[in-house]
Design a protein. Structure first.
Length: 149
């Protein structure tokens, strides 16, 4: 009887334990985009998440020490056609020299799902780089971890 109860307990708990055992992998690469207009960028990503990426600036506010904070919505489609869903995130632009600004997503960008291989994905990306506002170009690096089934 004791062996039967142990087996029932294992079979009852196992699906929940296995559901929590997501496969996680490190990702990294670069992003190069251009401003299409003052509130929209579009470009490409290289590396582990190679594909196209667009950003819609939802609002702009003043940060500390002369910084500007851009509250952004991201659209990311990988080369294979899978989509990454990302939580809206704040990019802080710090004045550098002339029309150049340093960009940092201070709190990073959260992955909250997607389509295809990213259907149940979760994760976090650290993103930083620079923008040339005169030429309307942005270059960023990303690194982080994405977990899924």
């Amino acid at each position: 009887m004791r062996k039967l109860l142990t087996l029932v307990a294992i079979l009852t708990i196992a699906p929940f334990v296995l559901a929590q055992n997501l496969h996680c992998r490190q990702v990294g690469g670069s992003i190069s985009t251009n401003f299409l207009n003052p509130s929209t960028t579009f470009g490409s990503a290289t590396g582990d998440l190679k594909g196209g990426i667009g950003v819609n600036v939802l609002n702009i506010s003043s940060g500390s020490n002369g910084a500007t904070v851009f509250h952004n919505q991201h659209d990311w489609v990988t080369e294979s056609g899978d989509t990454l869903y990302l939580r809206d995130a704040d990019a802080t632009a710090y004045p550098a020299a002339g029309a150049l600004v340093a960009i940092n997503y201070v709190k990073g960008v959260d992955v909250i799902g997607g389509t295809g291989r990213f259907a149940d994905a979760t994760g976090h990306l650290d993103v930083w780089g620079a923008a040339d506002l005169q030429h309307k170009q942005i270059v960023l690096r990303y690194k982080g971890e994405i977990c899924g089934d």
